[in-house]
Design a protein around this ligand. Sequence first.
Ligand SMILES: [Cu+2]
Length: 146
Amino acid sequence: MNASRLGLALVTTLLLGGCMMTPRTLAFRHNPVPADPNAAGAATVTTDIYGNVTTTLNLTGLTPNRAYAAHYHAFGPDSSTDPCASNGPVTVGFPAFTADAQGNASVSVQTTTTKIAGDAGAYINVHDAADLTVIPVCAPVKATKG
Ligand SMILES: [Cu+2]
């Protein structure tokens, strides 16, 4: 392989790899609830060429040392334009996690594209583990149903 062909091969590999591995970043927004008023953060979603998806949540402004739960949810029946208000079922659960003494937390889960394709992966939310009805923040993934 001559130098220019090697260069072309490298560029092609980088372009393909770059397209498929570029992480998608989703911003969490605060729900209209009083819990954890300063809670914020982002979900970073990375998909490899085999369809394996790694999602990492980086959160701030949580209650120090409080236990939380997070999930991917499918688009639910209560809204077709706001996934976070649609009240859909859980499709993928993150491992349980606890905010540190500064109210920060990070948690990751691995899944596959099929489990969160389309409406199956409409939003990611973060619940107070002691009361799952308390949902301080939500990150929309898919803006409209269908
Ligand atoms: Cu949930």
